[in-house]
Design a binder for this molecule. Structure first.
Ligand SMILES: [Zn+2]
Length: 309
């Protein structure tokens, strides 16, 4: 074969062969990275900017992520302004025009979003949830929607692997449905149990497993505790008999510990993300871990189900 033609054939094969092509994906959080890996398998390289033990509202991204973003085919974000404090600057600096158009996916599309503002959107007093609660991945039902969004976007970017992504999506959704039945059964004895949480990270999670929140250590999402609010919270815990205060791993324990001392409640550090501790390795494992922690905490603090009838 003529060498020039051979070169053209090789270049054509390289451009059109699925065997070698991998979609280069950057996600903002480890939860999105885990779901993406479940859908993409070996057809994508996936890396997350934020680590699961970091507060996703306030991430100090390493400069190495600029290089990764520059080479990315796809950026997947939680959206709803979760990353508003740090992602726009990174995207601007990396100068990858793909990420401003078809190479960007807001994973929240079609998900059930709680706490949506009904009136005018404001960031009054520094509220970091102006468009609704951005911690929606903590509902396995939303996990299925996120996975569907990701499969659709990957198929758009790499149509040749579309059937592969769709079959993995079906398997992932089936696995969530199967595991959800077990999770619901496990949590049945605790239906209606009340907790306090540090940040408003858990509305989707608590609703999924029929638990209730009676208050927050933060006066508003993103605002540090104040003495007046803490006093009010102590009174609320005394009045309701709440035994468990859930604290995301990136918050200072001083106020929660003080509240616990005053009320006899227990502080439980609960990571809301994959990678929040070394035991939480993937999206499904996150729920196993969280529900295990909760059941143990309820048992150890002598939780009794509310009287029926
Ligand atoms: Zn938040």
């Amino acid at each position: 074969m003529n060498r020039t033609i051979y070169g053209i054939v090789i270049a054509f094969l390289a451009a059109h062969s699925s065997a070698a092509a991998k979609v280069n994906v950057i996600t903002t959080t480890e939860d999105l990275a885990s779901i993406t890996m479940s859908i993409a398998g070996d057809r994508a390289d996936v890396a997350s900017i934020a680590k699961g033990y970091q507060d996703p509202h306030f991430v100090d991204a390493k400069p190495s992520y600029l290089l990764k973003l520059r080479k990315a085919d796809l950026l997947i974000a939680v959206g709803l302004e979760l990353e508003a404090g740090w992602l726009p600057a990174l995207v601007q600096q990396c100068r990858n025009s793909k990420l401003l158009g078809s190479g960007y996916l807001d994973a929240s599309q079609g998900c059930e979003i709680l706490d949506r503002p009904t009136g005018q959107v404001t960031r009054a007093e520094g509220d970091v949830h102006p468009l609704g609660n951005p911690h929606y991945w903590l509902d396995p039902g939303n996990g299925k929607v996120i996975a569907t969004n990701i499969a659709r976007k990957l198929s758009e970017i790499q149509p040749v692997d579309s059937a592969f992504f769709q079959s993995r999506l079906a398997a992932f959704v089936g696995e969530i449905d199967r595991r959800s039945m077990g999770w619901q059964k496990e949590m049945e004895p605790f239906s209606g149990a009340q907790v306090v949480t540090y940040h408003n990270s858990w509305p989707n999670f608590l609703r999924s497993f029929k638990l209730q929140v009676v208050g927050y250590v933060e006066p508003k999402p993103g605002i540090p505790p104040s003495p007046a609010h803490t006093l009010e919270l102590i009174q609320k815990i005394r009045a309701t008999g709440v035994k468990v205060i859930l604290v995301e791993p990136y918050f200072d324990l001083q106020t929660p510990n003080a509240v616990a001392r005053e009320t006899g409640a227990r502080v439980v550090v609960m990571p809301p993300s994959v990678g929040g501790n070394e035991q939480i390795k993937d999206y499904l494992g996150l729920f196993d871990h969280l529900l295990g922690l909760l059941k143990k905490s309820f048992a150890e603090t002598g939780y009794r189900p509310p009287q029926k009838g």
